[in-house]
Write a protein that binds this ligand. Structure first.
Ligand code: SF4
Length: 183
């Protein structure tokens, strides 16, 4: 059981790791309710604010996508260190999702197939700025402790709203019938 959330505006950070941004797009499907949400929270690092690093006093961290490369590992550890509560949002964060379909293949074979150029061999980019790929795509909980799981691909805006309002009101989030679906 996590400690109760403080009675002040909560600081919320969000990020997308190995995901398609569909979960963040779904977040925006809460539509005009975002005006109610910003009465209760302020956004820290997020694609919504374009802040690049998570502040050390965040209350909630909401993460879309699994862990496929070294940068994802770094960002996930930063979120765990700086956020009191971490939420895995969507199938990719919870079980690796579509990106994890590569896990049954050898990463060397995948790179060779992707970067083969007809008549010119295989040229795999090796710029040090490019994060190193992991051998497999991992769900978040295999790398750090996760406090809550918000299922769906993506979770609907209504599901995200219900989940967050439960949490902000101090209730254990529950998604009733009709709020969990994969499409
Ligand atoms: Fe995209 Fe679905 Fe993964 Fe969310 S769970 S990032 S919508 S593929």
């Amino acid at each position: 059981m996590n400690a109760p959330l403080p009675k002040r505006k909560l600081k919320v950070a969000t990020t997308s790791l190995a995901g398609c941004f569909g979960c963040h797009m779904s977040f925006l499907d809460i539509d005009e309710r975002i005006l109610d949400l910003v009465e209760l929270v302020e956004f820290d690092r997020s694609p919504i604010t374009d802040i690049k690093h998570c502040s050390p006093d965040c209350d909630l961290g909401i993460i879309e996508g699994g862990v496929c490369n070294a940068e994802n590992v770094h960002v996930l550890h930063e979120f765990r260190k700086n956020c009191k509560i971490l939420i895995a949002m969507g199938a990719c964060a919870i079980n690796g999702g579509l990106p994890a379909q590569r896990n049954s293949l050898d990463i060397r074979d995948i790179l060779a197939a992707v970067y083969a150029q007809p008549g010119r061999g295989v040229h795999i980019p090796n710029d040090p700025e490019i994060p190193l790929l992991l051998n497999e795509v991992h769900p978040l909980h295999e790398v750090v402790k996760i406090d809550y799981f918000l299922p769906g691909c993506p979770p609907s805006g209504d599901a995200i709203w219900k989940f967050l309002t439960d949490l902000l009101a101090g209730r254990t989030p529950t998604l009733g019938h009709g709020l969990i679906h994969y499409d």
